[in-house]
Design a protein around this ligand. Structure first.
Ligand SMILES: [Cu+2]
Length: 150
């Protein structure tokens, strides 16, 4: 009788334990899936890669997801153009990306590629997408990398 009872108890504990394990695992997988989901709208560097070492003259290829490119001047929702900020601070959402600055490059014609020449050393490159009036879309449409120029 004692053995029978302990067998039942053991089975019960096993079932409860397995259930908890499965539940934890499934919620864990769900939470992980949510966390790793990429934002629907973003900009990114196709080239160069973060941490890359490049020669003084190098190509920059700008990627865009979830919005479309439109030359500057026209204000259409979810459209805009790229900006490349070299060793600059981020531009807050709604603020205008400065014009006529050698470190704030506008791609107002809708370009997605450019060639940059920099002095040797470490540099920060920041992509900032902005609307037809050059107003920053803020952090969600920004990407930053660090490169070494040799
Ligand atoms: Cu602009």
């Amino acid at each position: 009788m004692k053995n029978f009872a302990s067998t039942i108890t053991f089975k019960y504990v096993l079932i409860v334990f397995t259930s908890i394990l499965l539940f934890t695992a499934s919620t864990g997988i769900l939470a992980y899936g949510k966390k790793s989901a990429e934002p629907e709208q973003s900009v990114y560097f196709v080239e160069p890669a973060d941490g890359a070492t490049v020669s003084q003259e190098f190509n920059v290829v700008m990627g865009l997801k979830g919005m479309s490119i439109k030359p500057a001047g026209e204000m259409v929702e979810n459209t805009g153009h790229h900006h490349l900020l070299i060793n600059e601070k981020p531009i807050a959402k709604g603020e205008v990306v400065p014009a006529g600055s050698p470190t704030h490059l506008h791609f107002g014609k809708g370009q997605t590629e450019t060639t940059v020449t920099l002095e040797p050393g470490q540099h920060t490159l920041m992509l900032q997408f902005a609307d037809g009036a050059h107003q920053s879309y803020g952090e969600t449409m920004r990407a930053t990398i660090t490169i070494t120029v040799e």
